[in-house]
Design a protein around this ligand. Structure first.
Ligand code: E4P
Length: 308
């Protein structure tokens, strides 16, 4: 079971306070959770976002090319219009847009274009993996772009993060957010486990690396990979990043992503995530609980005894 006791209380200190004035009225807010973790909707589908935004559940949106396609984009013009609508809908709260270009010069240019669409745009930059697209690509492309965007005062998020060193490299390069994909990490741990070793250990068994190829080369610290149940591997990664960032007073926000189950939301918050980006269906599920529903049904029935 994920151990709450290990949570670093100090992680709280790094958190950035929420907005002090109401986004539309400008009214001063005395919000009860000004330094609370932020919840973003992990979708580009406007009709899913609107009710969540109006209910004050979410204060930002993350997208990626798959989510923009799912929202109905069949051409660049569609994609641009969806992204621009999202920016307008949640302004001044952040909308994270992922770069589509793959070489540093083109990526910087595209980031400048996206950033020009609104002050609330945050650029998502894949931290690595460029050689999977073309072996001749520079493996440091993502980090170089993050650094260049930081120099140009463009806020960015390093995406596709799976270990704490990737998170640190990205933070040092200048990323304001890092996005560990906790669901994909757990998926990997489940599908690559070796029963003769401790749970999740195929992510750690360094001896394997001598002969490993491709995604078999995945590794993490023993704490993340073998520190307990496979299902908790994501929160353990969040906890490790949070502890490192707290140790070194790194202000980069940990944006936990790729959720598969709503229990992971609480686990990542306990582990020290600053932001959770959650698919709309999970956000809808957690607004309810079977006992809340049963309690409401009883209160409604009993209130009929003294109806006005
Ligand atoms: C968020 O920024 C990511 O794009 C997203 O959470 C990925 O989730 P998936 O693993 O469900 O695709």
């Amino acid at each position: 079971m994920f151990n709450i006791q290990q949570t670093k209380a100090g992680a709280r200190e790094r958190r950035v306070a929420g907005p002090e004035t109401h986004p539309s009225t400008g009214k001063k807010l005395a919000h009860p959770s000004p330094r609370g973790p932020l919840i973003f909707a992990d979708t580009a589908t406007i009709k899913d976002i609107e009710p969540l935004y109006r209910a004050g559940i979410i204060s930002g949106v993350t997208t990626n090319p798959s989510l923009v396609k799912k929202a109905g984009a069949k051409s660049w013009a569609d994609a641009e219009s969806i992204m621009k609508e999202l920016i307008k809908l949640v302004a001044p709260n952040p909308v994270l847009l992922e770069l589509l270009d793959l070489t540093d010069e083109a990526m910087i240019k595209q980031a400048q274009e996206f950033a020009g669409w609104g002050d609330n745009v945050v650029i998502k930059v894949p931290v690595g993996g460029y050689q999977a697209v073309d072996p001749s690509y520079d493996p440091f492309t993502g980090l170089k772009v993050i650094h260049a965007l930081w120099e140009r005062d463009i806020t960015c998020c390093a995406t596709l993060v799976f270990n704490s060193t990737q998170a640190l490299w990205a933070a040092n390069a200048g990323a304001c957010f890092v996005a560990p994909f906790i669901g994909r990490l757990a998926d990997y741990a489940y599908s690559n486990d070796h029963v003769e070793r401790a749970a999740g250990n195929s992510l750690y068994w360094l001896e394997d690396h001598r002969n490993a190829k491709g995604d078999q080369c995945v590794s993490n610290t023993e704490y993340v990979a073998c520190g307990g149940a496979r299902k908790d591997i994501g929160p353990r990664l969040i906890q490790e990043i949070s502890a490192i960032f707290t140790n070194y007073d790194i202000r980069t926000q940990i944006l936990a992503a790729s959720f598969r189950h709503f229990v992971q939301l609480s686990e990542c918050l306990l582990a020290g995530a600053d932001v959770l980006t959650v698919p709309a269906n999970l956000l809808q599920q957690v607004a309810d609980h079977p006992l809340t529903t049963a309690g409401m049904a009883t209160f409604f029935e009993d209130s009929k005894a003294f109806e006005k």
